[in-house]
Design a protein around this ligand. Sequence first.
Ligand code: PLP
Length: 382
Amino acid sequence: MTTTPPAAAPVPAPIYVTQPFLPDLAEFQPYLEQIWSNKILTNGGPFHQQLEKALCEHLGVEHIALFTNGTLALVTALQALRITGEVITTPYSFVATAHSLLWNGIKPVFVDIDPQTLNLDPRRIEAAITPQTTAILPVHCYGHPCDVDAIQKMADNYNLKVIYDAAHAFGVQTTPGTSVLRFGDLSVLSFHATKVFNTFEGGAIVCPDAKTKQRIDHLKNFGFVDEVTVVAPGINGKMSELNASFGLLQLKHIDAAMARRATIAARYRAALAEVPGIRCVGDAGEAVANHSYFPILIEPDFPLSRDALYQRLREHNIFPRRYFYPLISDFPMYRGLPSAAPGNLPVASEIARKVLCLPIYPALSDADQDRVVAQIRACAGM
Ligand SMILES: Cc1ncc(COP(=O)(O)O)c(C=O)c1O
């Protein structure tokens, strides 16, 4: 007698923390045809110029300079304002924030974060200021705005520049009609594939005046002003026409993409509200949020540790990410700094141990989101 072996349970498709938004390929075709026909691939071509203009309008800012990526934009922003010495920044971010300082020979000084917003805590900035401090480099973490007024007050009192790492903050408004990118001296965006608005790779510096924009444009083009004049040891940070044209196409879809993210975030909040030991990180009072991430904190009353939950989800083909763990201040090139001592950063250290970012992206289906929630609830015995 032959017996048929039981069918193996189907392996559910993987759900990653994010998935880049890609319009139909056919929609991109006309842009490619245009590039092929005019044969301008980079160096501030027509799509580059159009995207700068379109982004200024969309974001409600005065000037924008497009870049190859957000990291080069950060490095260049510091150059543009001639920042030197020491810069106060957050340990709770992607490592590029602090790396941009090291690339400029600047010493990062880490200051702890606010336990609610998870952004640089303005109340702790003053104690970190020394005669060498020249600037503050805060991050609008997860797109949640920093306390921009308190930070500006501190900067004004001590004559410091403020450069916001706004890599996560595309489209965020502090009050209706006021972009978060309008605060500080400069703001830096990332258009990396994982971001709310992506150009595959890309980034930008937002600046308030034409003169600064011109300096940034020179710096991102090797320092060239014209064919024979080089005014600074600039870098090659130019965005290509391929990336810029894709950005123009993305802009057509961004409102729908942001709306879908808001729906997903609201569904998570409702579904996780009753789960003991799970705390959803709240917005920071923004009028328009972009829901670029969905961070939760795993508190001690949850039956599993953060890392055990992370592993359990992975076993079920769900891939959340521990953004931001480890802290930047724990990486080898930073941990010797006095400000990197965990005792100086108790809030950031605790949050880094508890945080887990759940999958959120426009194409995440309700069914897949329900799978994520069901696993978390199962771990809580619900
Ligand atoms: C906070 C933050 N800063 C800087 C960057 C660097 O941007 P990019 O990857 O475009 O170089 C990123 C993301 O990648 C980021 O999340």
